[in-house]
Design a protein. Structure first.
Length: 162
């Protein structure tokens, strides 16, 4: 075999294996579209940040934190790898927070923002949980999480007693 044929054969083998390697699994954990809603004292919570942290995560899921932002009716969709792609199956602690008023984002952030952060965004004492689970008889590709109804009225009731 002459030198030129040898180089052509090496190139073709390299091209073949590169193509084969590129067609394989990307190593990503599968995610599924997830939608949910957040209300604040029964009203849509606009502009809230929603973050999911898997309970008992390990390996690839250890650093995953699907997240989303609520829209004008309090609805959010989770992003993990790219916008709106969803979240892996599992049980999650859920943390909800608002941007500060100085950020210039339109929100329904309550006056008692510190109370909300202490109660619903405290990673040491999570108050909210959710399960992302594919059900065999689901009607759509989207997993719908039950509504998170946050309350601040109890904060004002506690301060009125003082």
């Amino acid at each position: 075999m002459n030198k030129r044929m040898k180089h052509i054969l090496q190139f073709l083998l390299l091209l073949f294996f590169t193509t084969l390697w590129g067609c394989g699994d990307s190593g990503r954990i599968p995610v599924y579209p997830v939608r949910g809603k957040v209300t604040l004292d029964g009203q849509p919570a606009v502009g809230a940040f929603v973050k999911f942290k898997m309970i008992n995560s390990s390996g690839q899921t250890k650093w995953m934190m699907p997240q989303g932002t609520t829209d004008e009716d309090g609805t959010f969709r989770l992003d993990t790898y790219e916008m709106g792609d969803g979240a892996p199956e599992g049980n999650y602690n859920v943390f909800i927070n608002w941007p500060t008023p100085e950020d210039g984002v339109e929100t329904t952030a309550p006056e008692s923002l510190d109370f909300i952060r202490e109660k619903y965004a405290n990673r040491k004492d999570p108050q909210l949980q959710a399960e992302v689970k594919l059900l065999p008889d689901r009607e759509s590709d989207e997993i719908v999480i039950p509504t998170f109804d946050l309350t601040v009225n109890e904060y004002f009731e506690d301060t009125d007693d003082e």
